[in-house]
Design a protein around this ligand. Sequence first.
Ligand code: PMP
Length: 439
Amino acid sequence: AEQEYCKRTEKSRKLYEVAQRVMPGGDTRTIAFFKPYPLTMDRGSGPRLYDVDGNKYSDFLNNYTAMIHGHAHPYILRHVKTALGLGTAYAAAIVEQSQLAAILCKRIPGVEQVRFCNSGTEATMFALRAARAFTGRPAIIKMEGGYHGTHDAVEFSIAPGNARDKNHLAWAPIPDTRGVPESVARDVYIAPFNDAGAVEEILQQKGEEIAAILVEPVMGVAGVIPPQPGYLQELRRLADQYGILLIFDEVQTYRLDTGGAQRRFGVTPDLTAIGKIIGGGFPVGAFGGRSDVMALFDPRQSGCLSQSGTFNGNRATMVAGIASMELLNEQAITRLEELGLRLETGMVSAIRRYALPASVTRVGSMLNLHFTEHPPADYTSTISPHKGLSKVVHLELLNRGIFTAPRGMWNLSTVMEEADIDQAIDAFTDVMSKISRFV
Ligand code: PMP
C-alpha cells in the first residue's frame, strides 16, 4: 500500500519535507499525521477533496465530522462572501452572534444560554470551569477513551493502550501527554464508558470532591461507540443524586440530530460543549446550558467567571454557522441516517464476505471500522491484535480515492449521493479482499 501511495503523492512528499523544516512534523495537528507522510490538500468541493498531485478523493472524514455540508457549500459561501466585506471582528458584538445563539438555544434541549469560543477544546475547558465554580468542588469524572480537546484537565486516559495495569483502579487517570503537571491528575477520575456502576463507585467514595461528569454521549475519537440503553439516563440520575453537573461533550455528536445526541437519546445535561458544524467550516466552539449556571459568566455580577477570546463570535464564523444550521434541518438528518445505514450495510457485508475479524459501529452519519469480532462497548474492547490493520486499510482506501481517518472513522456529509456511498463500498470491499490474505 505504501509504495503505491508514494507513487501517487510525489508533490505531497516534497511539500511535507519543506514543511517539516519549519513545523515539527510538518503540520499543526498531531491527529492529522500518518506514515509515510500526510497529504497536502489543494482544494475541496462538495463531497470531494483534491490533493496537490491532482488525486481526487471522496471525503469520508469531513475534517473529523465538522464539514457536515461538504466543502465550499454554495449557500454557506454566498453568505460568508457578503459578510466578509463588512469586516470580520471588532471587539464589539454583532447581530449574527445572538442570532446563532438563539438558533442553538431553540434547538438543543439542555442549552438555555450559550457562549462562543474558537474551539471544542475551549468549550470543554469553560464548561468544566463553570461546573467547578457552580459546585465549589475541584474534581471531575471523565471516561476512558473520552476525547475532549487538548487542555490539561482532559488529557488523561484518552488512549491508555493495553498497558493498563490490571491492578490499576479503573478510575486512576493515565496522562496521554507529557507536560501536564501531576497535580492536575489529582482532580481527575476515570470510568469506563457504558459503566454507570463505575461512576457510582467513584461518587460513593469521592462524591464530596466532584463537580461534574464529563461524557461524550456517543464516544467519537474512541471509535464511534454508542451508549447502551439506560446508560446516559443513569448518569443523569447519579448527577442529580450527588448534586453535581452532567456535561455532554457534543462537539462531534451535535451532528446526530437537530438537537444533538441529547435530543436523540432523550437525556438532558446541565451543560453542553459544542463546536465543529456550528461554525459552518470556520473555527468555533461554544458551551451552554442551564441559565443559572451560565449566569456565572454575566459580567454584571461581581465575581463573574472570566471567558474571553479575541475572535469569539467573529462574523465569518457566526454567518457561516447560521447558514450551516439552516441547511441542517430534519430532512437533512433523515437523509444522513439513510446514507449512514447504506454505508454500514455495505461495509458489514464486505467484512462477512471475507470472514474478517472486524465490525462496524454506527450512530447516524458517524461510523467506525474496528478489528474486533464484536462491536466494542468501551475503550478497552476496541483493543485487538489486529488494530494495526486500520492503518493499512486507511492507505489502501486513499489509493482508491476514499479519504477516511487512519484509525477507522468514517462520517458523511449532506452533499453526498447514493453513488458516492456505493463507490466507497466497492473500494472498501476491494480492500477487505486484499487484507483477508494477511489475517
Ligand atoms: N470534544 C470532542 C468530542 C472532539 O471530538 C473534539 C475534536 N475532535 C474536541 C472536543 C476538541 O475540539 P477542537 O479540535 O475544536 O478543539
